[in-house]
Design a protein around this ligand. Structure first.
Ligand code: GLU
Length: 379
């Protein structure tokens, strides 16, 4: 699967993420014309046989205009209150636009926990499928009114990638007010050029994302790159494009590369591994020595207690944890067989010693290779 045409010709699910700046204007509120255009594009896609999901920002933006606030709120309670006002205003505009085309929309508000708990994750997927079956267009946003820090995803770039991965979508299109990924910050360097296709997300690409000027919404290029990593690992292609151009979506959807296309990785992970590596939130981390690091990366082994040098955070057996190297860089994630308290006692020990230390029959592996996903460490 090497071209955008190939990806689109599969006629699967497509997720479209639309940023705050495209949807709202500080003074005039919701940009109804832009939403109408989006509805037409979605109708076009549906006509081609795709399932479509919209991940929409703009609740806070719409709330700012409705309440006549001079600026975007800064504190969490203020943001929550503003989102509570703006979200229904935004949905009303979607409803009105889609109704004109004879289509229904449904609202889904999610928080981080909906992805971290596998049961809720499956429930969310079932609801989306039920909406597809009824030919309803799901419109998703983070549940800003209740999402406090611990359960917050924080940005809709990552939310849209999680949704695309959950659905096994073919493509995520992130529409924002940036033209794509550039070789340098285009506002500072006139020689900067747009990168049309990214075949793999190398450390150099990550560096470019940090350099690019960020847009005015919550997520800049950094969160878009995080989203791209999630997509690529789950076998989903992703495009970042400038949604100010009304024809951009239609062009992309007919196979023309506008913005930057990230091609999906070749090996699709199983649903469970996808969840472990890119969805569940790690409850803590274990630091491994260089020997364990190379065994994990080169031979995809299980993680044994002998390779562990430190543990951080408090977690229980069956929680997802992050595996980091001596420099603190994440190399993998996995489901631990041991709690953090037990790991403190058995780290650095040989497997044969465990029953004696713990006083019970014990498993050799801290994380079995079937429950482990390599997420980094390629640099
Ligand atoms: N959920 C926020 C809103 O609707 C936007 C978050 C984002 O843009 O990443 O206002």
């Amino acid at each position: 699967m090497h071209t955008l045409q190939d990806i689109i010709s599969k006629r699967g699910a497509i997720v479209i993420k639309v940023g705050t700046n495209l949807l709202t204007d500080k003074r005039t509120g919701v940009r109804r014309k832009r939403i109408m255009q989006l509805a037409r594009d979605v109708a076009f896609l549906r006509g081609l046989g795709h399932q479509v999901v919209i991940v929409s920002s703009g609740a806070i933006g719409a709330g700012v205009a409705s309440l006549g606030l001079a600026r975007r709120p800064r504190t969490i309670p203020e943001k929550q209150a503003t989102a509570a006002v703006g979200q229904p205003v935004l949905m009303e505009s979607y409803q009105a636009a889609f109704r004109k085309l004879g289509m229904h929309v449904g609202q889904i508000l999610l928080t981080g926990d909906d992805f971290t708990e596998r049961k809720r994750y499956t429930n969310a997927r079932n609801t989306l499928r039920a909406l597809f079956a009824q030919r309803v267009i799901p419109i998703i946003n983070e549940n800003d009114t209740i999402a406090v820090d611990e359960i917050k995803l924080g940005d809709n770039d990552n939310l849209s990638a999680l949704v695309a991965s959950l659905l096994g979508a073919d493509l995520l299109v992130i529409l924002s007010d940036v033209d794509g990924l550039y070789t340098d910050d285009p506002s500072k360097n006139p020689a900067a050029v747009r990168i049309p296709i990214v075949h793999s997300i190398t450390p150099d690409i990550e560096k470019l994302a940090r350099k690019s000027g960020s847009d005015l919404g919550t997520g800049g290029m950094v969160t878009k790159l995080q989203a791209a990593r999630r997509c690529v690992a789950s076998g989903v292609a992703m495009v970042i494009a400038n949604g100010e151009d009304p024809s951009v979506l239609k062009d992309i959807l007919t196979g023309e590369i506008r913005g930057t296309l990230f091609l999906p990785g070749s090996g699709r992970l199983s649903g469970r591994k996808k969840w472990i590596g890119y969805v569940a939130k790690p409850r803590g981390s274990v630091t491994v020595d260089d020997g364990a690091r190379s065994a994990l990366l080169a031979r995809h082994t299980s993680l044994l207690p002998s390779g562990i040098i430190a543990i951080s955070g408090e977690f229980r057996g069956q929680d997802t944890v992050s595996i980091v190297d001596r420099d603190g860089l994440e190399i993998a994630r996995g489901v631990t067989n041991y709690s953090s308290a037990d790991l403190q006692r058995i780290r650095g020990k040989r497997s044969g010693e465990l029953p004696q230390i713990l006083g019970r029959p014990s498993r050799d592996e801290v994380i079995h290779k079937d429950n482990l996903v390599i997420t980094g460490g390629k640099s």
